[in-house]
Design a protein around this ligand. Structure first.
Ligand code: NAD
Length: 257
């Protein structure tokens, strides 16, 4: 029997691939037989990941997903070089914490620009390409995975900008799925709990660790490799009848202890 998680022949754009979850997703896509287009702001880190994966498996574009011109050029060049893009993982994200009453407008805007508008720019550019391919009779795979968060399902204290952006990602996922499903273009999101990366260093500090951990029924945090697996499931043909869904990958956090 063929392995339904096999990604041979899949070209996948992964944003925020220089470290953390994006890097782990890129590595697993290549392990499963696919090719990756790596996007990140941090040139040194993303080049190092690409070098490790090998020139045949990985291309690199350095720039910001919050810049619509960069995104257009990046997707256009990736399509030209690879012929087709079969997957997109909208993973790049930032946190800029402040309580709602004190949050400067710039801090609100920075997070919305990257975590919501950036997701839309990439989804629109890749979705257009997938739509045109489908119209021309190409029945190849087409899957977009948007990285959201538990913060998008139930809010978060001290990051109203992040919570709003991640909720917005869920709305964007369902709308795009409804517009494109008839063309067999699938769009889903994943809501992570706490994954041990640079982004979560603060909440994993001694000060917060026990309080956050006590709310996770499985009693542990996750790591980038573990959570990259459900991302690849949604990219692969193993999830071929799933679209418009939000998959929680959080040790049971949203069901409660
Ligand atoms: P991370 O900070 O370790 O990595 C994020 C990567 O995105 C970095 O390499 C960074 O350079 C890149 N990036 C940031 N802004 C960018 C931009 N404008 N354009 C291009 N690249 C940019 O974070 P992570 O923990 O790996 O998080 C990845 C995704 O998962 C984010 O969307 C985050 O919100 C989400 N998430 C993470 C957790 C967690 O516990 N780590 C939980 C829920 C959701």
């Amino acid at each position: 029997m063929d392995n339904p998680m096999n990604l041979s022949g899949h070209n996948v754009i992964v944003t925020g691939a220089g470290q953390g979850i994006g890097e782990a997703v890129a590595r697993l896509v290549v392990s499963l037989g696919g090719k990756v287009v790596l996007v990140d702001l941090q040139e040194d880190k993303v080049l190092a990941v690409a070098e490790d994966l090998g020139a045949d498996n990985a291309d690199v574009y350095v720039g910001s997903v919050a810049d619509p011109g960069f995104v257009q050029d990046m997707v256009g060049q990736a399509v030209q070089k690879n012929g087709a893009i079969h997957g997109l993982v909208n993973n790049a994200g930032i946190v800029r914490a402040a309580m709602a009453v004190k949050m400067p407008i710039e801090t609100w805007q920075q997070v919305i620009d990257v975590n919501l508008s950036g997701v839309f720019y990439c989804l629109q550019a890749v979705g257009r390409h997938m739509y045109e391919r489908a119209e021309s009779g190409d029945t190849g795979p087409a899957s977009i995975v948007n990285i959201s968060s538990d913060a998008g399902r139930r809010g978060t204290i001290g990051q109203i900008n992040y919570g709003a952006a991640k909720s917005g990602v869920l709305g964007l996922t369902m709308s795009a799925a409804r517009e494109w499903s008839a063309k067999q273009i699938r769009v889903n999101s994943i809501c992570f709990g706490v994954v041990e990366t640079e982004m979560t260093e603060t909440i994993r500090s001694d000060k917060f660790r026990d309080g956050v951990m006590a709310q996770v029924p499985m009693g542990r945090f996750s790591d980038p490799h573990e959570v990259s697996q459900p991302v690849c499931f949604l990219l692969s043909q193993a999830s071929s009848y799933i679209t418009g869904q939000h998959l929680s990958v959080n040790g049971g956090y949203t069901i409660g202890v």
